[in-house]
Write a protein that binds this ligand. Structure first.
Ligand code: FRU
Length: 533
């Protein structure tokens, strides 16, 4: 658990001036407040979900029903830092354009509402269905803050709530908790799926060093099946937000099971991060395939190597005809998430992504790419070919494309053992630089001069790095650039890097920069994305 500073937040929208004695002071304060609100709006993403006001962290309870994608999220509606958790709610027809809904779950005498999941209980196994209405059941963690403060160990337990109006309003089950704490500090984040083959509800739950698996016939009675994770994977922190599900290997009929497992700290670049394992599930036990088990130097399997994608999980109830595994994460990091320079709202979600399981040279790998729904927002398109990069080559500037809502795709063929750089820069001299060193097969991200960073020492002091997973001499990239974030998908999503930044002016140039050796970019396509449709 995080130790959280409670700061009193200047409620900008509610500033009431009680005294008329000092009108100058009053108007000065108002101006400051207005400037801050404006600055917050300047930082508010164009196409990533943010709450209208206040604090958000993990995505929760994501499910799809009757044409609508639901996204719940850890939410504290009274402050811009973490506090007593609620489930906020947003809905979308395409996972891109989100509409915030009323708060779904409020904390109560049993505790705060921590992360969890939601399932559509089509067969009414829970018995919550009424008058032919299908229940949606949310499974979440109760966090009893008072018990935690008193030093008790059993302050987290699992509970359920149901909705008979497609996720708009919820009733908590009177028999809660459905899974009491067995005496474990950190016992949370239930992710439930229907395990078709074994005819059971299956829950993955995180505790410190491992994931625990439980089964249930009715979402109310849970039985422990097994544990996974001690001595496997990355461990320099607490395991949180697991997600266990089957996937078909692309282009085959082979099914394997994937466990997505966030941990904090201990991510690839320190701080928060999300690793994964590929393996088999026999109805009781998860066994990773060879090569996943290693306790070697650094766990190599990460959903995203960047610093800003955490606690992501997948949507439930995606129809078979669609068949995609759809994922979204919290685009921040516990290292500095509560200090980023926005005050009226804090944190965004990543773009929704499609995960794929591939097998290459006998090795399993999860790839991710932006969902195809984003394509319908493409407008202007610019195509360039055979760019000879020598020094700084400005490829795109803001007169051609708005770099605060852009998708850029490029390809470099015939990679040499040299360093390839690209950067975003602005007229204030700020720059965000990404380098790919083909000799080391490593990406490096430098955001130390990318705008505001004095809010936390941990934000930009170091560069982040990511290994290139693909083994080919052709690099392809998709970059999604919003006002305060970039998501980079290299090699058809084999290496993904998500990072946030806070430039004091919008980026006005995108360039490639050569180091010792010049290089050639074979092709580039850029789209301005338009969300005013
Ligand atoms: C992950 C996490 C979860 C917990 C929630 C509390 O970011 O720590 O483990 O349920 O946030 O807000």
């Amino acid at each position: 658990m995080k130790k959280l500073p409670v700061i009193i937040y200047l409620a900008l929208t509610m500033v009431t001036f009680t005294s008329c004695k000092n009108e100058n002071k009053e108007s000065g304060e108002k101006e400051v407040a207005e400037v801050k609100v404006q600055q917050d709006e300047d930082f508010r993403p164009n196409f990533h979900f943010t709450p209208k006001e206040n604090w958000m962290n993990d995505p929760n309870g994501m499910f799809f029903l009757d044409g609508t994608y639901h996204l719940y999220f850890q939410y504290y509606p009274e402050d811009n830092v973490w506090g007593p958790m609620h489930w906020g709610h947003a809905t979308s027809k395409d996972m891109i354009n989100w509409e915030e809904q009323p708060i779904a779950l409020f904390p109560d005498e049993k505790g705060y509402i921590f992360s969890g999941s939601a399932v559509v209980d089509k067969n009414n196994t829970s018995g919550f269905g009424k008058d032919g209405k299908t229940p949606v059941v949310a499974i979440f963690t109760y966090h009893d803050a008072t018990a935690a403060e008193e030093g008790k160990e059993d302050y987290q337990s699992q509970a359920i709530a149901y909705s008979l109006d497609e996720g708009q309003t919820w009733t908590k089950y009177e028999g809660n908790p459905v899974l009491p704490n067995p005496g474990m500090i950190d016992f949370r984040d239930p992710k439930v799926i229907w395990d078709k083959k074994n005819n059971q509800w299956l829950m993955a739950l995180a505790t410190r060093e491992k994931s625990l698996f439980y089964s249930s016939p009715n979402l109310k009675d849970w039985k422990k099946l097994s544990e996974f994770g001690e001595n496997t994977g990355a461990h320099d922190g607490v395991w949180e937000c697991p997600d266990l599900f089957p996937m078909t290997v692309e282009g085959t009929n082979e099914t394997r099971w994937v466990l997505i497992q966030s941990l904090n700290p201990g991510g690839y670049n320190g701080g928060s991060g999300t690793q994964y394992f590929v393996g088999d599930w026999d109805g009781k036990k998860f066994t990773p395939v060879e090569g996943m088990k290693s306790l070697e130097e650094k766990h190599p399997f990460w959903i995203d190597f960047g610093r800003d994608n955490y606690a992501g999980v997948t949507w439930s109830n995606i129809p078979d005809e669609d068949g995609r595994k759809l994922f979204l994460g919290w685009m921040s990091n516990w290292l500095y998430g509560q200090e980023v320079p926005t005050e009226t709202w804090r944190s965004a979600m990543t773009i929704a992504r499609e995960l794929k399981l591939i097998k290459e040279d006998g090795k399993y790998l999860i790839t991710s790419e932006p969902v195809k729904e984003l394509e319908k927002y493409r407008e202007e398109s610019i195509t360039k070919k055979d760019l000879a990069v020598s020094g700084n080559y400005v490829v795109l500037d803001s007169s051609e494309i708005d770099l605060a809502k852009a998708e850029i795709r490029f390809k470099i063929e015939d990679l040499k053992k040299t360093t390839y750089n690209f950067r975003l820069s602005n007229s204030s001299g700020e720059e965000f630089i990404v380098s790919y060193d083909h000799a080391q097969k490593q990406f490096t991200v430098n955001r130390s001069h990318a705008g505001k960073n004095d809010f936390s020492e941990k934000f930009a002091a170091d560069n982040s790095t990511a290994p290139r997973i693909a083994d080919s001499d052709e690099l392809n990239a998709i970059l999604l650039i919003d006002k305060t974030s970039i998501e980079m998908f290299f090699d058809d999503g084999k290496t993904v890097i998500t990072e946030i930044f806070f430039p004091s002016q919008p980026w006005d140039e995108f360039s490639f920069t050569s180091g010792i050796e010049n290089f050639q970019v074979s092709s580039l396509e850029a789209f301005e994305l338009n969300f005013d449709q």
